[in-house]
Design a protein around this ligand. Structure first.
Ligand SMILES: C[S@@+](CC[C@H](N)C(=O)[O-])C[C@H]1O[C@@H](n2cnc3c(N)ncnc32)[C@H](O)[C@@H]1O
Length: 257
């Protein structure tokens, strides 16, 4: 794994997600069919996590890096007006197919979540579950989320936990261990040797400073601990690991009024 300066990651991630899209269709279809949301690699139910605001009815929502867009579908069922943006045409084709299967329509935009074709202050909530929140440079997508939100608007995003990013070996399907394999202070851009994708993850202090710099107050950092018996299709974390250290985290922030 290399930690290096940003460059051509938007194109690299588009190519990689066009290749991965087929593998994500069935999991996306499953999540579309769930009436109640469940989150992240372990499928922790909304009732337990309380990730969403209690009432989103009538809210304008942008899902940044929507993929199959099941998060937008859940929000539409709760009365919100979602818009999804994604960099991969193949992922959006899946999202359109699932819209047709479920009879739920909302706008889907092909584009980069760091540069969204929408006016300033046009949304009440920006949300990302493993979308822009890990595949875009936080120094670009967080300022863009601040631009898109109305005063008082909410930003909610789910990402891999910091300790998971420091302890996962760069070997195909090898799970996170109990040793720190890379420096915390160098965290930003991550590349893995078995595909061409590029991810971004920041140390907690840097993320808080970045959010505050763009006018956000941090309301919560929720560290997800999957309950006993939880399962995941991801080979990167075992349940034993995830019950000892947070492998996923949710950030909730609110733009200043
Ligand atoms: C893991 S999916 C997230 C969707 C869904 N929540 C999920 O967990 O399957 C990641 C998505 O981010 C998208 N993505 C990556 N880079 C992006 C960018 N620069 N702008 C918009 N979307 C991007 C990918 O195309 C992919 O569909």
């Amino acid at each position: 794994m290399a930690v290096s300066e940003p460059g051509d990651y938007v194109i690299r991630n588009r190519r990689q997600w066009d290749r991965w899209a087929r593998d994500y269709e069935e999991p996306g279809r499953q999540r579309w069919s769930e009436k109640e949301p469940f989150w992240g690699e372990w499928g922790v139910p909304e009732a337990q996590l309380e990730l969403l605001p209690s009432d989103v009815s009538g809210w304008d929502v942008i899902e940044l890096g929507c993929g199959a867009a099941y998060v937008s579908a859940w929000l539409a069922r709760r009365g919100a007006r979602p818009v999804g943006i994604d960099n991969s045409e193949a992922q959006l084709q899946t999202a359109r197919r699932l819209q047709r299967e479920h009879g739920i329509e909302f706008p889907l935009i092909r584009g980069n979540a760091e540069d969204v074709p929408a006016p300033d202050a046009s949304f009440d909530l920006a949300i990302s579950e493993y979308g822009a929140s890990i595949w875009c440079d936080p120094y670009r997508w967080i300022p863009e989320a601040a631009r898109l939100l109305r005063p008082g608007g909410r930003l909610i995003f789910l990402v891999n936990g910091v300790l998971a990013m420091l302890t996962t070996p760069d070997e195909e399907n090898a799970p996170a261990g109990d040793r720190l394999l890379r420096p915390y202070f160098a965290m930003h851009r991550f590349e893995w040797s078995d595909d061409e994708s590029v991810e971004f993850h920041l140390p907690h202090g840097e993320m808080i400073a970045l959010l505050r710099n763009w006018g956000f107050a941090v309301e919560a950092l929720m560290e997800i601990r999957p309950p006993d018996g939880s399962t995941t299709r991801s080979p990167f974390i075992t349940l034993d690991w995830a019950q000892r250290w947070p492998c996923e985290e949710v950030w909730k922030a609110r733009l200043d009024q």
